[in-house]
Design a protein around this ligand. Structure first.
Ligand SMILES: NC(=O)c1ccc[n+]([C@@H]2O[C@H](COP(=O)([O-])OP(=O)(O)OC[C@H]3O[C@@H](n4cnc5c(N)ncnc54)[C@H](OP(=O)(O)O)[C@@H]3O)[C@@H](O)[C@H]2O)c1
Length: 258
């Protein structure tokens, strides 16, 4: 299996993308649908999530949920299980940020970010384990959990985003721990650490310091949907089956300069 169309294929895979209604999640969902996978996307805003699923066609289904709440994680996992008897790839992508000075940082800005960026990643994976587990998969093509971290979990950001930085460093280390413990269940766990990609989350940053970011980026640009699609498809395909607890940084080299 050395041909690109086999080694990198995701056709027929069943894929869950949290935060799949816009931004990086939309880039990932679109890449999988366009390459023959079946995709469930989730987000809180049902109208936006439903509209994207409709636009992506019959291989994409919207199941809206607020994953910052345990009851909603359980309901969402139940709805996935009612529809599918297996999940091949789970993208834990939904995330939120909060910026404030250390003096003014509120508890809500801590809990909101930690509940979604770390706690929901752990518990959604836990609730989907039965659908992800593969017998005798070690040595073959395992199911995948792909956590979306950030370069903000790898180096110190210029912005005062304390809970976000802690959450993203946390999710990258949790990725390694889950990878070690889930490997024998046939589940490979890896992470993506994006640099700057245009989205609602980064719209304010783009307006304030977008040009400075380009200046500090060796490749002199922001990320594109193709940049995210390439890494996301790789991590869900047979091509990446020997990655276990890895973080793929996709940032145009930004992290090397700051
Ligand atoms: N864009 C970047 O440059 C960048 C860089 C590094 C890392 N990241 C990471 O990439 C991921 C996606 O970010 P993005 O830039 O695409 O942000 P975004 O445009 O704000 O998208 C966030 C997505 O998550 C969903 N979401 C938010 N809260 C949720 C909740 N409680 N339950 C379920 N879904 C929820 C949003 O939909 P609703 O609001 O409708 O719920 C939306 O679909 C995040 O983990 C982020 O930290 C982004």
């Amino acid at each position: 299996m050395m041909r690109i169309d086999e080694l990198f294929s995701v056709a027929g895979k069943r894929v869950v993308v949290t935060g799949g209604s816009r931004g990086i999640g939309e880039m990932i969902a679109r890449a999988y649908v366009e390459n023959g996978a079946e995709v469930i996307i989730t987000a809180r805003n049902a109208a936006v999530c439903d509209a994207l699923a409709a636009a992506l066609g019959p291989r994409c289904v919207s199941i809206p949920a607020d994953l910052s709440k345990m009851a909603e994680i359980e309901r969402f996992a139940g709805e996935v299980a009612a529809r599918w008897d297996r999940v091949d790839v789970l993208f834990n992508n939904a995330g939120a940020s909060w910026g404030a000075s250390i003096e003014d940082f509120p508890e809500t800005g801590w809990d909101k970010v930690m509940d979604l960026n770390v706690k929901s990643v752990f518990f959604l994976t836990q609730k989907l384990l039965q659908l992800l587990k593969r017998e005798n998969a070690v040595g073959g093509d395992m199911s995948r959990v792909i956590n979306i971290g950030s370069i903000d979990g790898q180096r110190v950001s210029a912005l005062e985003t304390y809970s976000y930085a802690a959450s993203k460093a946390g999710v990258l280390h949790m990725t390694r721990m889950m990878a070690k413990n889930l490997a024998t269940d046939g589940i490979a766990v890896n992470a993506i650490a994006p640099g700057y990609f245009p989205s609602k989350m980064t719209a304010g940053v783009a307006e304030m310091v977008g040009d400075e970011i380009i200046e500090a980026t060796p490749l002199k640009r922001w990320g594109t949907p193709e940049d995210m699609a390439g890494v996301a498809l790789f991590l869900g395909s047979r091509a990446s089956a020997f990655l276990c607890g890895s973080t793929v940084t996709v940032d145009g080299g930004y992290k090397t300069t700051v």
